[in-house]
Every structure is written in structure tokens, then in C-alpha cells.
Design a protein around this ligand. Structure first.
Ligand SMILES: Cc1cc2nc3c(=O)[nH]c(=O)nc-3n(C[C@H](O)[C@H](O)[C@H](O)COP(=O)(O)OP(=O)(O)OC[C@H]3O[C@@H](n4cnc5c(N)ncnc54)[C@H](O)[C@@H]3O)c2cc1C
Length: 498
């Protein structure tokens, strides 16, 4: 008997779940609200310019290899990868001592020399830091990421405890990094990746020091065609496995019970399947698609969570080149605590922002017309902030001034295409709670078994995938969440079908 499943939402978690379940012989339909698949990894195309609207850093290539390897293929069957050199460039805004502009790449000796130039002994400290990070990555991936551990009792496993002991699981990144480096800029260089996890140095567990292994050792790559090429690859793989995709098809309600689930589309059509897996925002699914009796969490739960930042994004098609930017560039104020406060403690538009500039045309000629460049700026801001036209216009000016002052890149007279995207756009386009760009931040109480589960405990037959669940935020993590969610479905149904 062929089982069937409806996957609600075509983000990376949904596309991944669909591939695993189709491979297991299920009849799979993905229904996506928007015209495009890929979820937050959407694309903006205008007048010959092409922008990845969401993710732009291809990190953890090992996870993509493992994913495609499961289906007997490899990433390069679908897209070419360029190793970026440098991995990224950093401009420091302040008057602090040490170089104001640095390039980071995978060369440990060069990076040690760079760290030493800021602080005596920091070169050797960097080497130790990186070794810990690599060990954390290996243990973390094996025991906490690839292995799904939904319950605390799963951690009462000698092997896990023994391995977790050295990880400083309960400390914060701030505390961990302070053991290695004094210089604020060095601390920033090993902590900026926390933004990928939607957290700050003071609210992210030290476990995530593993991100330095990710960005220094595993490297930063660019898939030819951008992250959109990775979306296309998953869709093509799914098609080969028999997945059906329906776009422009918002789901309005999920009802039923295991074996007899119903996904009710906004146009009134009802899709009847054995199971439903939701990749739509967990909060949206629970609060807006389920009847009250079928919800696991009450309003207090959603209000008391720490949401990851939203973002102010400015997509620019520009005449001429983008010297002195690299493909990935970070611009950081010396004191960035105020920016984190403005996100997590006292929500406000940051006066002196830390931000990211993405210039894919540095690597890929196809993203901009001849003689032009594609650029987007991303400023992390508090979820739920008011983002009306007036503040957006004001912030655009602040940002363009800031880029000019601190990188030397004067854009104003050269912009030929311009579009912005902000809090209310995340909410409207993706049904994102609080307009968060990423969902739940990886704070200590929102990590591992404390993230919402893959199985609904209130509605048997409903499952969840994507960034809200385990293992968490980011494209690689969402690919893995697809595997975990599919395993949960297969496990439950194999008991019934046995
Ligand atoms: C600006 C930005 C930059 C980022 N940068 C990076 C990066 O560089 N590297 C990285 O690895 N990660 C990055 N991320 C994070 C990464 O993009 C996400 O963690 C990941 O793509 C989320 O995937 P998901 O499976 O949770 O689904 P989502 O992408 O959230 O997709 C969910 C889908 O469900 C659909 N949906 C919602 N409601 C309904 C409904 N009622 N009916 C039908 N469909 C519905 C939505 O339209 C959406 O398409 C970034 C994210 C953003 C926003």
C-alpha cells in the first residue's frame, strides 16, 4: 500500500523532507503559498540583475554532500562550487588599534599572524580555539545534529555526556571567547557567525563555537547560480523521485488524524493524505492552521520565546564595480553590544549598525548586466519592529552613508535598480512570526530538546520540519531537519503498517 503525505511549504526543510519520503516510496505533494519554491531562499530578478533574497553563504559543504550522497548523487551533479578567496572581508568602523580592514581565509598560519598582530599570544590562542571548535563540530554533528535527540533522557547516555563535558554546553559564547582573546576585534572575528544562528554572544551557548570550524576550516563556497541553484537542485532531485509540487497554493487549515489527514487550501480544495508535514513557520502552523484542540502550545509560549532577528535588506543594481568589497563583506562597529541590545533587549533601529554586504557579481558574471554589479546589504534588526516607508527611507540614507564612510564605496550616483525588504515583508511573504528572518534564536533554552519537536504531540499525523525544529536555523540544518522529520513519519507508520 502506498502511503501519501502533503508537505506544507517549499523551503529547504520541506524540499528535503519531500525527497526522503519520496525515496521511501511515499506519494509526496509539496504545496507552497508563493509562486517560487525555496522559501526564504527566494530570488529577485529585475532588469538583468539577479539577487538571492535570503541565504547567500554556502557553509558546511559536508552536509550537502551527505544529503545528495544519500540519493546516490553529489552536489556537483547539479551545480559547480567555487571556493571563495578570501572567505570574507571585514571592515572595522571604529578608531580601535589594529588593522581596519582584514581578509579571512582558510590559511591557519596567515590567520595566526593576523591575530598576533592585534594581541601578543593571540596567534597561538587562535590555533587552540580552532582546535576546540573542530572537536566541538565533530562531536556536535555526530551526537546532537545528525542524531535527533528529542528528549532530555536521550542525553543520559554515557557517550554523549562524556563528549559534551568538554563542550561547555551551559556557558555562553561571550564567556567561552573571553578565555582566549582580549582584543574586542578578535572576539568579533570569532563571534560574527552567531548572527547565522539568530543569536548574540551573550545568549548563544558556547557549543556554537563550532561555527569557527565551519567558516575557517570547511570554507565558504559559492554555488554557480547562487543559493537559487541549490533550491533548483533539490526540486530536480525531488522530481526524479516523483515529488509533485504545487505553487501559489496557500494552505488555510490542517485537520484530521494519522492516516486520514486533510490539508485544506485557501481556494477550498482539500488534499487528503496519510500524513502532513509542515515546513511553514511553526508558529503560523500552530496558531493559524490548526483548530484550538490540535495545538501543542498556548499564546504564552509563543510570546515568551526569543525570536531571531529580522532584517533590513537593500538590493541594489549598481553601475560599475564594487571595489573594495569582496564577495562577502562585514562592516562592524567596535562596540557592537549596542546593536545586539537594539535587537534583543530594547528593540529599536540601530544607530551604528553591524551589517553584511553581499556582492555576488565579484564571482558570478551572470547576476548583473555587463558593466554593472549586484549588491545587497543586510542589517539584522529586532523582530516585530515598525518598518514603515519613512523609517526605511531614513535608514537607507544612513546605510549608504555608512558604507561610503567605512568602506570607501560611494554608491549613491550609481544605483540603477533598488528594492528593499523588511520585517512586514517577511511576515506577509512567508507567514513569518514577528517578521523574524530565521525563527527561534539558538538560545540555551531553545537548543536541542528545547526546540519544538518534529512530531505534534496534539495532532497525531502532523509533523514539522524546517528552521524552528531540531537541529535549527540555516540551510544545512534545514536539510537535516528534513531527514529527521521523514524518519519520524516513517517510524510511526512502520509501526502501524507492520
Ligand atoms: C536574509 C536571510 C539570510 C540568510 N542567510 C543564510 C545564509 O547565508 N546561509 C544559511 O545557511 N542560511 C541563511 N539563512 C537562513 C535560511 O535561509 C533558513 O534557515 C532556511 O532557508 C529556512 O528554511 P525552512 O525549511 O525553515 O523554510 P522557509 O524558508 O521558512 O520556507 C517555508 C515556506 O513555507 C511557506 N508557507 C508559509 N505558510 C504557508 C501556508 N499557509 N501554506 C503553504 N505554504 C506556506 C512559505 O511561503 C515558505 O516558502 C538566511 C535567512 C534569511 C531570511
Amino acid at each position: 500500500m502506498t502511503r501519501s503525505v502533503t508537505v506544507v511549504g517549499g523551503g529547504f526543510g520541506g524540499l528535503s523532507t519531500a525527497c526522503y519520503l519520496a525515496d521511501a516510496g511515499w506519494d509526496v505533494t509539496v504545496v507552497e503559498k508563493n509562486r517560487r519554491l525555496g522559501g526564504r531562499a527566494s530570488v529577485l530578478e529585475r532588469d538583468g540583475f539577479r539577487f538571492d533574497m535570503g541565504p547567500s553563504w554556502y557553509l558546511m559543504p559536508d552536509v550537502f554532500e551527505r544529503f545528495f550522497g544519500y540519493f546516490g548523487s553529489e552536489p556537483t551533479d547539479y551545480y559547480d562550487l567555487t571556493h571563495l578567496d578570501p572567505h570574507y572581508r571585514v571592515f572595522f568602523k571604529g578608531e580601535g588599534d589594529g588593522a581596519d580592514r582584514v581578509d579571512l581565509d582558510g590559511d591557519v598560519e596567515r590567520t595566526k599572524a593576523l591575530f598576533e598582530s592585534y594581541e601578543d599570544g593571540a596567534g597561538e590562542a587562535f590555533e587552540r580555539y580552532l582546535a576546540t571548535s573542530e572537536e566541538t563540530y565533530e562531536v556536535g554533528m555526530e551526537h546532537f545534529v545528525y542524531t535527533d535527540r528529542p528528549n532530555f533522557r536521550d542525553y543520559v547516555d554515557w557517550d554523549v555526556i562524556r563528549n559534551a563535558r568538554g563542550l561547555g554546553l551551559l556557558g555562553t559564547m561571550d564567556e567561552h571567547v573571553a578565555d582566549y582573546f582580549e582584543h574586542p576585534r578578535l572576539r568579533q572575528l570569532v563571534q560574527h557567525t552567531l548572527v547565522f544562528l539568530g543569536g548574540s554572544p551573550s545568549n548563544t551557548p558556547a557549543l556554537y563555537n563550532l561555527m569557527s570550524h565551519v567558516d575557517f576550516n570547511l570554507g565558504v563556497h559559492y554555488p554557480d547560480g547562487g543559493i537559487a541553484a541549490v533550491v533548483n537542485a533539490l526540486v530536480a532531485l525531488g522530481e526524479d523521485l516523483g515529488v509533485t509540487y504545487r505553487t501559489g497554493a496557500p494552505v488555510a487549515a490542517i485537520r484530521g488524524e494519522r492516516g486520514e489527514m486533510r490539508a485544506e487550501l485557501a481556494n477550498g480544495e482539500i488534499l487528503r493524505t496519510d500524513a502532513v508535514v509542515s515546513d511553514a513557520d511553526y508558529a503560523h502552523t500552530e496558531r493559524e492552521l490548526l483548530d484550538a484542540d490540535d495545538r501543542q502550545y498556548d499564546a504564552d509560549y509563543w510570546e515568551s520565546r526569543t525570536y531571531a532577528p529580522s532584517a533590513y535588506l537593500l538590493y541594489l543594481g549598481v553601475e560599475g564595480d564594487l571595489d573594495p568589497l569582496a564577495h562577502h563583506t562585514l562592516v562592524l562597529p567596535d562596540g557592537w553590544d549596542e546593536h545586539f541590545d537594539a535587537i534583543f533587549d530594547d528593540p529599536a533601529w540601530p544607530d551604528d549598525p553591524a551589517y553584511y554586504l553581499c556582492a555576488p557579481s565579484e564571482t558570478d558574471d551572470a547576476v548583473a548586466p555587463d558593466g554593472h554589479s549586484a549588491l545587497f546589504a543586510l542589517v539584522p534588526i529586532a523582530p516585530g519592529l515598525d518598518d514603515g516607508d519613512a523609517i526605511r527611507a531614513e535608514y537607507r540614507d544612513l546605510l549608504l552613508d555608512d558604507v561610503g564612510t567605512h568602506t570607501g564605496l560611494d554608491l549613491r550616483e550609481r544605483i540603477v535598480v533598488e528594492e528593499d525588504f523588511c520585517v512586514s515583508d517577511f511576515a506577509a511573504r512567508y507567514n513569518a512570526a514577528e517578521g523574524s528572518a530565521l525563527g527561534f534564536a539558538h538560545t540555551l533554552r531553545q537548543t536541542g530538546p528545547l526546540r519544538p519537536d518534529h512530531r505534534s504531540s496534539a495532532l497525531d499525523g502532523l509533523y514539522f520540519t524546517g528552521g524552528y525544529t531540531r537541529p535549527g536555523i540555516g540551510v544545512p540544518m534545514c536539510l537535516i531537519s528534513g531527514e529527521h522529520a521523514a524518519n519520524a513519519v516513517l517510524e510511526d507508520f512502520s509501526r502501524v503498517d507492520a
